[in-house]
Design a protein around this ligand. Structure first.
Ligand SMILES: [Zn+2]
Length: 216
């Protein structure tokens, strides 16, 4: 019962890939080590038209995936999740697989994009809350995002105007927004080295143990 409540109440409606007509992933998706510490917010900018129906939004999804696969040469649609103004979130790479959305930071967080150009206007409050209230809570409850996760907008990480001035100002008022970017960026770099060191640790321990045994 609790599982049911969590899935259908706390989690927003997520349209799976098969439902929007996704093409197959090219190659093998790279799995994340969950829970992740970051969530990155984007807007699609182009095309700047928002979509207001499942038909329009799923067509945008297919066009975006085709652009990312054919023109950019990526393995799949870049974003983890895509938010339509039809009140649905569309599954991109999803919860478990590394995306291509925030250069240099893809391993550390989910990339969520709002379809449209939000330089001078905002998605509706209902659509914003799909991410602010429901997607974030769902992700923390299911241990996909860390409970103390940090929220960033794309422009904090690289030289871009994404996700537009209006959406950027909105996100700055959200819970978990990471203002102390410099410090967090340094922390992020440090965390990035940890997985590379991991395979060495058992080896070092083994060597040390062996040496001790040898000396004894
Ligand atoms: Zn972006």
């Amino acid at each position: 019962m609790l599982e049911f409540v969590h899935r259908y109440w706390d989690c927003p409606p997520i349209i799976p890939r098969c439902q929007w007509g996704a093409a197959a992933y090219r190659g093998f998706p790279f799995p994340f080590a969950l829970p992740l510490p970051f969530l990155y917010i984007h807007h699609t900018f182009e095309p700047d038209r928002t979509c207001h129906s499942f038909w329009q939004c799923s067509r945008s999804m297919r066009a975006m995936q085709s652009f990312h696969q054919e023109d950019r040469g990526w393995t799949d649609i870049g974003y983890s999740f895509v938010v339509g103004s039809d009140g649905y979130i569309y599954e991109g790479r999803g919860w478990h697989h590394l995306g291509t959305h925030t250069r240099g930071q893809n391993s550390y967080g989910y990339g969520v994009v709002f379809i449209g150009n939000y330089s001078s206007s905002l998605p509706s409050r209902h659509v914003l809350d799909l991410v602010r209230q429901h997607l974030a809570k769902c992700a923390v409850d299911a241990r996909r995002l860390q409970a103390n996760f940090t929220l960033h907008v794309h422009r904090q990480m690289v030289d871009t105007s994404c996700p537009g001035d209006a959406l950027c100002s909105e996100i700055r008022g959200w819970e978990h927004f990471g203002k102390m970017l410099k410090r967090q960026f340094c922390t992020l770099k440090a965390q990035g080295r940890i997985p590379l060191d991991l395979p060495l640790r058992p080896m070092k321990a083994w060597l040390l143990a062996g040496k001790r045994v040898f000396l004894e």
